[in-house]
Design a binder for this molecule. Structure first.
Ligand SMILES: NC(=O)c1ccc[n+]([C@@H]2O[C@H](COP(=O)([O-])OP(=O)(O)OC[C@H]3O[C@@H](n4cnc5c(N)ncnc54)[C@H](OP(=O)(O)O)[C@@H]3O)[C@@H](O)[C@H]2O)c1
Length: 335
């Protein structure tokens, strides 16, 4: 199959690299230095499944107009702040793509894509990790046994959903087709919103990682307070936690115990991560953005919960405070 990835940074390079390595034809659209490095020397990926280098089946271009031919799937992977520009630049390319999806974080991304590409759009979610280290070199620090979900936005599983699920599975990216993709999209948002809100509001002031904050009792208390509020909104939307991204999701467990027990669970997790050389240096991409001086996805990741909570008359004071804190930081981040 032919894939085009619009926004080949950290995650786009990892997903594109795995698909190309499995024999799919992949065109990456990204920035000059990274695309030049890939076209000259291929793409190096290291991380949780081991290291590999891929030069076949992979082409890098810097403009959508230079992506040649027709594509089965376009995968949008710019950050939320760049979506409008990227879609405007890809107007001609859209006509050469049969299906369109976004693996970005957020809940409004599919609605925005439908305005752009109508019924070409399918729903999709992933937890796969990707960081761009230098031109031609990305790393893939995290995954879970099922790392991607696909489904029709009006419910159901069609051949185009099964085909992309199969392609991801062939590439080693464990994937499932879903009847109700919005269930996964909302739960992923609970997960990334909890982790990012907590991480930035707790750790952004120093060279600290997830484990450093969770291992402190007050850090674990803050985590549980955020998770509880988001799970309340999630439940009011009619969903129960499924731990779609187990073992990294722990919402079923947190939902079924007292606050005190939940704090103990999170603090113990922090201690375990601190003692595990592999888990010690975990950070969310929003935390990385703040550390690197880049604008965050605060409006894609936290704001949807504030909007839903207001609609549903639910108080989420901790998340509200965190949103305000991160908005202040975001205001001074440059790029
Ligand atoms: N990374 C992860 O682990 C992960 C996991 C799950 C979901 N996600 C989601 O995936 C999305 C992408 O995240 P990421 O971490 O991969 O971001 P990223 O590393 O910043 O990658 C995005 C890339 O797109 C480039 N870009 C921006 N506008 C472009 C345009 N018009 N044409 C071509 N390239 C353009 C950016 O270049 P510049 O930097 O020069 O702007 C950057 O290289 C986000 O929504 C994120 O929340 C990420």
């Amino acid at each position: 199959m032919k894939f085009v990835i619009l926004g080949a940074g950290g995650l786009g390079s990892v997903i594109g690299g795995y698909l190309a390595n499995a024999g799919e034809q992949v065109t990456l659209i990204g920035r000059q230095a990274h695309m030049d490095a890939i076209n000259e020397n291929g793409l190096k990926i290291d991380g949780c499944r081991g290291d590999f280098h891929i030069a076949e089946n992979l082409t890098g271009v810097t403009s959508p107009d230079d992506a040649e031919g027709e594509f089965d799937y376009l995968i949008l992977l710019v950050k939320g702040k760049d979506t409008e520009t990227a879609l405007a630049e890809a107007e001609q390319l859209k006509n050469r793509c049969k299906n369109v999806l976004s693996l970005q974080n957020g809940i409004g991304k599919e609605k925005r894509l439908i305005e752009w590409a109508g019924d070409k759009v399918i729903g999709a979610s992933t937890i796969e990790g990707g960081t761009l280290h230098e031109p031609g070199h990305a790393s893939n620090p995290i995954t879970t046994p099922t790392t991607a979900y696909f489904g029709e936005l009006d419910g159901g599983i069609t051949p185009r959903i099964e085909a992309i699920t199969d392609a991801f599975n062939r590439a080693g990216l464990g994937a499932r087709s879903m009847e109700d993709i919005y269930h996964v999209l909302w739960e992923k948002l609970v997960q990334i919103c909890t982790a990012s809100s907590w991480s930035v509001s707790t750790l952004a002031g120093g060279d600290l990682y997830f484990a450093d904050g969770l291992a402190v009792r007050e850090g674990a208390e803050h985590y549980v307070a955020i998770a509880r509020e988001l799970l309340t909104v999630y439940a009011a939307l009619g969903y129960q936690p499924e731990n779609f991204y187990a073992p990294m999701s722990q919402f079923k467990e947190l939902n079924s115990v007292s606050d005190e027990k939940a704090i103990e669970i999170m603090q113990a997790l922090g201690e375990r991560m601190k003692n595990d050389p592999g888990g010690r240096r975990g950070r969310t991409s929003m935390h990385e953005d703040v550390t690197r001086g880049r604008k965050t996805e605060v409006d894609e990741i936290i704001k949807p919960f504030l909007v839903k909570a207001a609609e549903l008359n639910i108080e989420i004071p901790t998340v509200n405070a965190v949103y305000r804190i991160i908005k202040v930081l975001d205001n001074y981040l440059k790029h």
